[in-house]
Write a protein that binds this ligand. Structure first.
Ligand SMILES: C[S@@+](CC[C@H](N)C(=O)[O-])C[C@H]1O[C@@H](n2cnc3c(N)ncnc32)[C@H](O)[C@@H]1O
Length: 281
């Protein structure tokens, strides 16, 4: 119920409400110097709840262990938010490595440009104005036709953490083709999803966690009014998308969002590791 009310506020008011709610804590943290300069104030973190630093560190570990991320890689963070992964990456990527991130929320990119880029010039951030009914209602421009502002075969590692969980199928399809284009051959895309298969449907229906009861065939929604609030995909549909898009699936680690045993899962969302393969001649 709390979630539904929160979605109804709209992106701008949600961000304002968050800043007001966390104002006392943020003021205390800045007066006492408790917060380091690379950590945004809680009121500015629009990307979800949980500990910003711990989550970033945990996901970086997964990208190394499951995705094979290396210090010298050139990486692309699609939907980089307010730098939750960029911050720990500043301590992991070498000076031979480099980072590009883009997002549709201007305030997050502004924060990263002000607080991360000056000390880490090999970290760059771009704002792109695309519509998403959870995050950006200021434009009607669709994500499905967006051409990533990078060259072909530029990246060793592309990642999207909790981004495809907020996108509809035609946009995911467009993004996968862009990811294929900008990845070097044999390189990795690490991404997270809510994946529905027989097992996760059963678990979800028996649990009191997040529900995707609105069935649109290939995809399922949590909330009909804010469609991109949370999107789940049918597993067979996704696998077809990946293979027709030129990827092999290196790994799927199912998460505990559906009610799966937490100890048997790597994280809350399902993690997918894709590898770009060139078509056979
Ligand atoms: C839950 S947040 C995750 C942010 C970041 N990946 C992280 O793990 O901290 C989802 C992010 O996806 C971004 N987003 C949604 N649709 C997008 C799109 N079409 N292109 C780029 N970013 C998008 C949102 O603005 C938001 O920052």
């Amino acid at each position: 119920m709390k979630r539904e009310i929160y979605y109804k506020l709209g992106p701008r008011f949600r961000r304002i409400a968050r800043r007001i709610y966390y104002f006392p804590v943020d003021l205390y943290d800045s007066i006492t110097g408790k917060r380091n300069t690379l950590t945004p104030p809680k009121g500015r973190v629009f990307i979800g709840s949980g500990d910003f630093t711990n989550q970033g560190t945990r996901i970086l570990k997964q990208m190394k262990e499951l995705g094979g991320l290396k210090p010298d890689d050139r990486v692309l963070d699609v939907g980089c938010g307010i730098g939750r992964l960029a911050v720990p990456l500043t301590q992991y990527l070498s000076t031979n490595g480099s980072y590009e991130g883009f997002d549709i929320v201007k305030s997050g990119i502004r924060w990263c440009l002000k607080h991360i880029h000056p000390s880490y010039p090999n970290f760059n951030f771009k704002h792109v104005d695309l519509k998403n009914d959870l995050y950006n209602l200021k434009t009607e421009t669709k994500a499905k036709d967006f051409v990533f502002p990078y060259n072909n075969e530029e990246f060793d590692f592309v990642f999207l953490t909790s981004v495809f969980t907020h996108m509809l199928p035609e946009d995911v399809e467009g993004y996968l083709s862009q990811i294929y284009r900008v990845l070097k051959n044999g390189s990795i895309c690490f991404c997270t999803f809510f994946i529905l298969n027989e097992e996760s449907k059963k678990l979800m229906n028996a649990s009191d966690g997040i529900r995707f009861n609105l069935n649109f065939g290939n995809y399922y929604l949590h909330d009909i009014n804010v469609k991109e609030a949370n999107v789940a995909f049918d597993e067979d549909y996704l696998k077809t998308l990946f293979t027709t898009g030129g990827f092999t699936v290196n790994r799927i680690s199912y998460g505990y969002w559906s009610g799966r045993n937490k100890n048997a899962s790597v994280d809350f969302q399902d993690i997918v590791v894709l590898k770009k393969v060139l078509p056979a001649k």
